[in-house]
Design a protein around this ligand. Structure first.
Ligand SMILES: *Cc1c(COP(=O)(O)O)cnc(C)c1O
Length: 453
């Protein structure tokens, strides 16, 4: 009798998850009033690439839950690694203490850069890793007797996170506008966005022109500039704008020439998204700082980090406390998150993920062939496991609400996609079969037809 009552109670609770969430949870990156018409979905479980809601609907997670998930939800190997770590130690401060997962993870990541970036500083969210790189860069120059090097350069259309320091190097008007007065001023260099390639110009020529424009800033201001920050190859939040690796090669040379640090923000593009483990590898360069988050824990737990070189590490290695890097976050190097990351790296190795993703990327291109031929669309582009295209502005009836309409339409088709402006993209976990990829692409097409009907 009693158990029956409890079950009923649970059922009513679960029926109300959405209402209760709207009353008590302030959701990220959302105008809450839009939820008067926009659905809010209560997810109760996940398995592989699928998310399940409280009504029993299933959604294929085509964007890896905001670019975090690599090997599916409830992945047995990552689950097990976290459980095993849980039996040993869940968390301990990383100042004055260390533990096996953080040591092994740092060694493995350093090895993946062939030792170029062998010192790893940890945080929890991506924005914090960006702040660490910015602060370390300026502090390094101070220690070199060049305290005037305190300005940063970022790209037009860049995104590096939402905290004040990271937002200062973010060039997305919608995210910045309200907070402009709180942000330090930065130099913004033109984006080598390959969509600018027209009238017979190639993406490589655009890259060269944009590198020249960056040099103009460097020539004039290099004494005041600490670092240039870039999302290598794909400006993800900036509508998946892609560029030629030639830009990165030129930028590396310019940064060396003008004594400016290069910060590669690989929070979104790292961990194999672009086809190599690090996007910088496509250009054969290493930055002075490389930030990772999102996929590094397999999409399980908040973990971020900023890797740097022996040279920069050595500059802080002194007797005075204040000349060390005194930054910290409470959960820095959390053992559970590091254990999840180690499990994710183990999957990369044992399952030859990067090799198999070459084929998966081909499946993706093949499945979305329809979008290349659809005259309503333009700028079809792909970099490894990221595929995107834009709706021509002329066919959009409601440009400001298209992304939300498309999101809602995609849910009706059993997929989760979240367009950015007029850009539709997919960035799936590395576990889809060729036929799942095909189904995903057809569902995107049906959702688009619903919206553009
Ligand atoms: C998501 C993202 C960030 C911010 O990471 P959070 O964990 O959301 O703070 C920074 N840089 C890039 C390139 C990102 O995509």
């Amino acid at each position: 009798m009693n158990t029956h009552l409890i079950d009923e109670q649970n059922l009513t609770d679960s029926k109300n998850w959405v209402d209760r969430s709207l009353a008590a949870v302030w959701h990220p990156c959302t105008q809450m009033k839009h939820h008067e018409s926009l659905p809010l979905i209560a997810i109760t479980r996940g398995e592989g690439a699928w998310l399940y809601d409280d009504k029993g609907n299933a959604f294929l997670d085509c964007i890896s839950s905001w670019w975090t998930n690599l090997f599916g939800h409830a992945n047995p190997r990552i689950n097990q690694a976290i459980s095993k770590q849980l039996e040993k130690i869940e968390h301990v401060m990383l100042a004055g203490f260390t533990h096996a997962p953080v040591v092994e993870l740092s060694e493995k990541l350093g090895a993946l850069t062939q030792g170029h970036l062998g010192h790893v500083f940890y945080a929890s969210d991506g924005a914090s890793a960006v702040e660490i790189a910015l602060k370390m860069s300026h502090h390094y120059w101070q220690l070199q007797g060049k305290p005037q090097k305190k300005k940063f350069v970022c790209l037009e259309n860049s995104y590096h996170g939402e905290t004040l320091g990271a937002l200062a190097v973010t060039d997305v008007a919608l995210f910045r506008e309200a907070y402009g007065p709180l942000l330090q001023s930065v130099f913004i260099a033109p984006s080598p966005d390959s969509r600018k390639a027209k009238d017979g110009k190639s993406a490589k020529e655009i890259a060269i022109e944009c590198a020249d424009a960056l040099e103009t800033i460097f020539v004039k201001e290099h004494q005041n500039i600490a670092a240039f920050i870039i999302e290598p190859l794909v400006q993800c939040a900036g509508q998946m704008a892609m560029h030629s690796p030639e830009y990165l090669r030129r930028v590396r040379a310019l940064c060396d020439q003008y004594e400016i640090h290069l910060i590669a923000d690989e929070i979104a593009v790292g961990c194999g998204r672009t086809g190599k483990f690090f996007a910088c590898e496509h250009a054969g360069i290493w930055p002075d700082f490389l930030t990772l988050s999102k996929g590094i824990s397999g999409g399980y737990l908040p973990l971020s980090l900023s890797m740097t070189t022996e040279k920069i590490y050595r500059a802080f290695y002194r007797d005075q406390t204040a000349q060390g890097f005194l930054h910290s976050h409470s959960y820095t190097g959390n053992p559970l998150a590091c254990a999840a990351a180690l499990a994710a790296l183990a999957i990369f190795e044992s399952d030859q993920v990067l090799e198999k993703n070459i084929e998966r990327a081909q499946d993706l291109a093949h499945a979305f062939k329809w979008a290349k031929e659809d005259t309503r669309l333009e700028h079809w582009r792909q970099q490894g496991m990221i595929l995107a295209f834009d709706i021509k502005p002329s066919v959009l009836k409601n440009p400001s609400s298209f992304a939300r309409e498309m999101f809602s339409a995609s849910l009706l088709e059993g997929i989760l996609i979240r367009p950015i402006g007029n850009t539709i993209y997919v960035m799936p976990p590395y576990i889809l079969t060729a036929s799942q990829t095909q189904n995903m692409a057809q569902a995107v097409q049906r959702a688009l037809n619903r919206v553009l009907k």
